[in-house]
Ligand binder design. Sequence first.
Ligand code: ASP
Length: 465
Amino acid sequence: MERIFINQTIKYIGEKVKVCGWVNSRRDHGKIIFIDLRDRSGLVQIVFTEELKSEIYKLSDKLRPEWVIEVVGTVEKRPEKMKNPKIETGGIEIKAEDLKIHSEAKTLPFSVESDGYEINEEKRLKYRYLDLRRQRLQKNLKIRQEVIYFMRTYLKEKDFVEVETPILTKSTPEGARDFLVPARLQPGKFYALPQSPQQYKQLLMVAGLERYFQIARCLRDEDARADRQAEHTQLDIEMSFVEQDDILNLTESLYIDICKKLFPEKRISEIPFPRMTYKEAMAKYKSDKPDLRKNKKDENELAFCFIIDFPMFEWHEGEKRWGASHHPFTKPKTDDTEKIKKTPEKIISYQHDFVLNGWEVGGGSIRTTDLNVLTAVFEVLGHSPKETKEQFKNYFEAFQYGVPPHGGIAPGIDRFLAIVLGEPNIREVISFPKTGDNRGLMMDVPSKIPEDQLKELHIKIIRDK
Ligand code: ASP
């Protein structure tokens, strides 16, 4: 007999069904035992009566919360006054005829019935596989899938091609440190995990893909910050033969549609999304990610906007050097290389940030395809032309074989979800998040590596905390 989901049982009144899941609770009324059985789809009441073959009744008497069982029984309508309007299957119950215990369970370290906010978070992360049993998190994961699925379908219909790019790669400067992976077969050399697929997506434009996207994992070794993750997921997009407005228009219509279809209870404050320059935003709101909600107490209001015309460079006072506001591949609004080098503070770029309710939820730019400009930008950042050519050999080579004008954007998925779902932080919308200081409490990572493995990698630990 094929197992059915619990929420389907209401369609089988009078019929025999098989359901599987976890014992949510049990009540013992002398000659009758009630079990609330839970699976992914909901709860249903199972009744074991003494009329059963005695060994099954005896077995049912052993059941405890979170045991995993399988029940075959007949779906029966509950008498009117026994109905439970609070659950979807509250009008029926299953009269058990057979019972199989798949596994027993220890007492859980915390309840999975509540929304879980009241439980110590480190504990929740340590037992994330249990934490994920709670309905709120299951719902968040399902909505996450809906959003990603929607993005995929939407972009595919607009002739975008989804392409996977390598995880073992070389550093691309996106403003954070790289996670490095030692290369066993090339002693002394390392791969870097991608801070984003930036270089690959641009090279896909040289390859003639024209419209690319990827649900991309980006890995950045940043200093501990409360609501950041070492790995985040973004909708990575790149397009050829476009202007900045084309990228913003696409993003805008995608997000309007996502909200309409998946979050109909939400209200977007202003359509089209306001677009303002960095200068305007700073003058008016003293922020480059202004919160444009009309009523900040309204949990259903979404205020999107785009900020454009950012300064190309920002001064890092601590290190006394220039950095790129977005990344060095962003196109400055001038191709005068002398001006770029002499007055970096005056250079405006084709960077665009995507902002929602005061949070930066994405960024992108039109890219530099003029190698002289790229070299000048890197000179401002402190790299000699020789170094730049060496470090970005692939660009210098590729861009000489016919490069289309191109640009892109990368809206983050975690932050967007946390905002629309009204979650207090991004960990609530990520399956297995890490702590703010990048520890994975469930897997106990990072972890030490056995001596032989290090030897194989030609690595010696010189300081061990
Ligand atoms: N690579 C950029 C980022 O991850 C996005 C972009 O420029 O498209 O922020």
